[in-house]
Design a protein around this ligand. Structure first.
Ligand code: VAH
Length: 315
């Protein structure tokens, strides 16, 4: 059985239904620190920094795979760096230790474009570069990548990872990421309000639509083991755009929609990240191919969020 840690988060809330549709509802156990906003079957409340309670879950449900999606993201982490480090790293060490002790078949732990700093090529940032992250989140993800690679090499653990770009999704509210302006802006446009964007108009960032991010995750996890050559974390490219470009896309649907660009501390984080990513290794090793461009992502997001039920919950 599969355990998702952080099932209420941005990736978890999309990955859970997808995995359940593939493997069956009872095969995928959802867990999170907080209770879900609406009732969820096969849900367990757990603090991933508490190894014993995590191990008890793995025993209780006969878990053979873990998707460890719980982490404090870039912007939120800067408010309390040592707390963010402790949450991200203690939970990771618990998952890896449990992976060894229970001989789990596979473990997925995401990384992020946040591992890159200003010292690498900003366009088509390569897979193998010196990583000098500017946020505690990025520092914890560089450490995560090296721990994954160590456990793969030293103990033969089948760990797999993707450096997610900024994820654009409709299933959850923005959760403290620097890229989350690109989620917030949809909610604001649809509800007819003026948007205050905390990044400058021409800030290009690598992003990915949630359907592509989930498909990449499952394709990597289902790839034959001899195709998985990168055991730190694979670069993954979706699409790149600026707040200005996204704003113009939305104006096609909402002509009266207005936006102010008022950079705050998150501008420094965004400026240290790449504009675009080279994901040749993901393409060559396990056949990655992106499907959503800006126009298709925008129409999908509006279609989903315009569903009144979602709008009421997420407002
Ligand atoms: C964040 N959405 O902004 C996350 C992600 C690449 C960005 O790590 O922190």
């Amino acid at each position: 059985k599969i355990l998702i840690i952080g099932a209420n988060g941005q990736v978890g809330s999309a990955l859970l239904p997808k995995l359940r549709s593939i493997y069956g509802e009872e095969q995928v156990i959802a867990s999170d620190l907080a209770l879900p906003s609406k009732p969820l079957s096969y849900f367990e409340q757990v603090d991933a920094t508490d190894k014993q309670s995590l191990a008890n879950l793995v025993k209780k449900h006969d878990i053979t795979q873990i998707y460890h999606l719980a982490a404090i993201l870039s912007a939120k982490g800067e408010a309390d760096p040592i707390w963010a480090w402790n949450v991200n790293m203690q939970s990771l060490l618990n998952v890896l230790g449990i992976g060894r002790e229970f001989k789990l078949h596979k473990i997925f732990v995401p990384s992020s474009i946040a591992v890159f700093g200003s010292n690498v090529p900003a366009d088509l940032t390569p897979q193998d570069v010196v990583l000098n992250p500017s946020t505690i989140y990025g520092v914890s993800k560089v450490a995560t990548e090296n721990m994954l690679n160590y456990y793969a090499g030293r103990y033969g653990l089948d760990v797999r990872s993707l450096r997610y770009p900024g994820i654009i999704s409709y299933q959850s509210l923005p959760g403290g990421g620097t890229t989350d302006y690109a989620v917030e802006i949809f909610h604001t446009a649809i509800s007819g309000r003026r948007f205050n964007c905390y990044l400058a108009e021409h800030t290009t960032l690598p992003m990915i639509y949630i359907d592509d991010a989930i498909r990449a995750t499952i394709e990597l996890m289902e790839a034959p083991i001899d195709q998985v050559k990168v055991r730190t974390s694979y670069n993954l490219s979706g699409l790149s755009f600026t707040p200005g470009e996204l704003f113009k896309q939305l104006q096609q649907y909402y002509p009266d929609f207005e936006c102010d660009f008022v950079p705050d501390f998150r501008q420094y984080i965004a400026d240290s990240w790449p504009n675009s990513i080279d994901d040749e290794d993901a393409k060559n090793d396990w056949g990655w191919k992106v499907e959503f461009d800006l126009a298709r992502m925008t129409s999908e997001m509006i279609a989903h969020l315009s569903d009144l039920e979602l709008l009421n919950i997420t407002n």
